[in-house]
Design a protein around this ligand. Structure first.
Ligand SMILES: [Fe+2]
Length: 410
């Protein structure tokens, strides 16, 4: 995020004195990525950001993962997943690997605890609902269709105004626009499907008062992902001003300008963000291919280096007709096995001018494993829907996943 922003009170020059109205010296904190070699912001605080009075264990929800073995495409029905209502502690792990994890929660309207992900950036897609995210940089409103990008180690809490469905992509790295969209100085280029005007950071600083304030911190040890409860002597929301290129922001899918072509365009034209070892794309309502003999739905493809996760959030996804996939579904198409439309969907798409579909895609370059939440809502029939039939009962395989031996392809 190389888009400079400044809010609140700042000294005229960095690393110089700034005092409050009572003459007390404010504390300057640099929050920066990649050591001192990438984006950063300078924050001016009333309190001491390192002053803690306690640290205890925070027991995270189940983070276990099950390998996709034997190898199969998977269909996970997220709308069948019961979750806690806390926007942070209620998240259930759906899929994950050592680079990125997908969690899902259907919130209530109670605010989350103060929370900091010290492992990597989070990109939370708001499937439905409205509210705000209060952060140390200020307040970021959210609504359906938003990606809420929260940089690593940002203190924040979710305050839903209404129950919200949150699809959280939690990285071990930073999440940013693709490098090919950017000039060598970091400006979004003309061929990018969005620009700086579409990215919405906090509009003003936000302060809160308190002592002995608890912050839930998600972090890593050699044993994996763990949590700690840190108690701060004073409230972390004590920033009177900040400036820089590192801060949370939102981007709404309705501001994404889809790129279309005479024949089918590959997923990279639909890319919105990327992180280490993964990309995020979105497939949105658009006019489709205008060649006389175009086939609008995708060709079969075997992405030999990646696992592909689609989250179907709106419209009528043409290519998946006959698969059982619907709104709220996730499909996982793993590397090492081709995928594509159900055969009947190809014929049905000929001559179609417009796709009314909304889906968020995460492609990872390392295999994904199933979280306990994903396993809980798997549709065992999905893998066989292209063939129209599954393993014979006599093979014993059908009983392995509890599904019937023969499946409908309609
Ligand atoms: Fe695909």
């Amino acid at each position: 995020m190389a888009h400079y922003r400044a809010l609140g009170r700042l000294p005229r020059q960095r690393h110089t004195q700034l005092r409050d109205d009572d003459g007390h010296l404010l504390r300057e904190e640099l929050m920066g990525e990649e050591g001192f070699s990438s984006d950063s912001s300078l924050l001016y605080r009333r309190g001491v950001p390192s002053a803690i009075t306690d640290s205890r264990v925070w027991d995270l929800p189940d983070q276990s993962r099950t390998p996709n073995h034997p190898l199969k495409p998977r269909h996970l029905k997220l709308h069948d997943l019961g979750t806690g209502t806390c926007p942070v502690e209620g998240r259930r792990l759906v899929l994950g690997n050592n680079d990125v994890r997908i969690t899902y929660v259907v919130t209530g309207t109670d605010p989350s605890p103060l929370y900091r992900n010290a492992i990597g950036d989070e990109c939370i897609f708001v499937e439905s609902g409205t509210g705000v995210v209060e952060t140390v940089f200020g307040v970021v409103p959210y609504r359906a269709g938003d990606y809420v990008v929260v940089p690593r180690a940002t203190d924040h809490r979710w305050v839903p105004a209404e129950p919200s469905r949150l699809y959280a992509i939690e990285a071990n790295s930073h999440i940013h626009p693709p490098k090919r969209y950017l000039s060598r100085f970091g400006q979004l280029l003309e061929h990018a499907p969005y620009c700086e005007r579409d990215l919405h950071g906090p509009a003003e600083t936000f302060e809160a008062e308190g002592t002995d304030v608890e912050v839930l911190v998600k972090h890593r040890t050699s044993a994996g992902i763990v949590g700690s409860r840190l108690t701060y002597a004073t409230h972390p929301f004590d920033v009177v001003g900040w400036d820089g290129c590192l801060y949370p922001y939102t981007f709404n899918i309705e501001d994404y300008m889809p790129i279309t072509g005479k024949v089918h365009q590959p997923p990279p034209v639909h890319q919105v963000f990327e992180g280490w070892n993964f990309v995020i794309c979105n497939f949105l309502p658009r006019k489709v291919d205008y060649h006389d003999l175009a086939i609008p739905v995708p060709y079969y493809h075997s992405n030999v280096d990646s696992d592909e996760v689609m989250f179907y959030v709106g419209g009528d996804y043409e290519a998946r007709k006959g698969s059982g996939i619907g709104i709220g579904s996730i499909s996982l198409h793993p590397g090492g096995h081709a995928h594509g439309p159900q055969p009947s969907a190809i014929e049905a798409s000929l001559g179609v001018q417009y796709f009314d579909e909304s889906a968020v895609m995460l492609d990872t370059f390392a295999p994904l494993e199933l979280g306990e939440g994903g396993l809980a809502v798997e549709d065992p029939a999905y893998a066989w829907t292209w063939a129209g039939r599954g393993p014979s009962p006599s093979s014993g395989a059908a009983g392995d996943d509890g599904g019937p031996a023969v499946y409908s392809n309609s």
